[in-house]
Design a protein around this ligand. Structure first.
Ligand code: GRF
Length: 207
């Protein structure tokens, strides 16, 4: 790195599954010009490909399963502590299938983002592509947003549209959305860390 060059921003990524969005961030951050690196990966379950991807990249991991704690609040406190230990500039939920609690939201207010596989506010929740197909929309997509206390309701950073094709199944549509979603995530995270951001009500600005 050039002398005096700014340190890359610290990303903590939370995953619950295959981790292809995580992989896109790991690949992008191999370039020093990207401006960020993944310093830790957290999960709510063991045995997922996302954790293997982190390990293969030499990134430390931690697992906090809700079942491992007496209460949801205790889980939330532990997750908050484990994420905070890595001093993140930005925390990214990339296919993390848990809603965090008040302690987490307070600790990472305005720097916890989530990628969702629909064009919000349409089709929030666990089954974005399935719900879009069932409704019969012709266009769906992916949304990146700052997480608030609701379900997929926070201020929107970026959206990308993806067509629904006549022969789509839940699987084909999910995969087509994920390709666009990964590109959007990498591009938006890069812009956020390099340029900064402000949130004014529902309006997110990247200068
Ligand atoms: C993404 O499409 C995300 O929107 C959804 O789950 C998927 C995660 O994929 N909630 P991956 O684990 O990053 O491959």
């Amino acid at each position: 790195m050039r002398e005096g060059a700014p340190q890359p921003a610290r990303l903590v990524v939370l995953v619950s599954g295959s981790g292809s969005n995580l992989q896109a961030l790991l690949d992008a951050s191999a370039d020093p010009e990207y401006g960020a690196r993944v310093v830790a990966v957290g999960a709510d379950r063991d045995g997922i490909a996302g954790l293997d991807r982190a390990a293969a990249a030499g990134v430390p991991t931690f697992v906090d399963s809700v079942r491992g704690y007496e209460t949801r609040e205790a889980w939330d406190a532990a997750l908050t502590r484990h994420v905070a230990e890595h001093k993140p500039d930005l925390v990214i939920s990339a296919g993390f299938l848990k809603l965090v609690g008040a302690a987490f939201l307070e600790a990472f207010a305005d720097r916890y983002i989530n990628t969702h596989n629909s064009l919000l506010p349409a089709f929030p929740g666990m089954h974005g592509p399935r719900d879009a197909l069932a409704y019969g929309v012709r266009v769906t997509g992916a949304t990146l947003f700052f997480v608030d206390a609701g379900v997929d309701t926070g201020p929107i950073i970026a959206q990308v549209a993806v067509p629904v094709l006549p022969d789509d199944t839940e699987e084909t549509l999910t995969e087509r959305i994920k390709e666009a979603e990964r590109r959007q995530l990498v591009e938006s995270v890069g812009r956020l860390v390099r340029e900064g951001w402000t949130i004014n009500g529902r309006k997110v600005s990247i200068p």
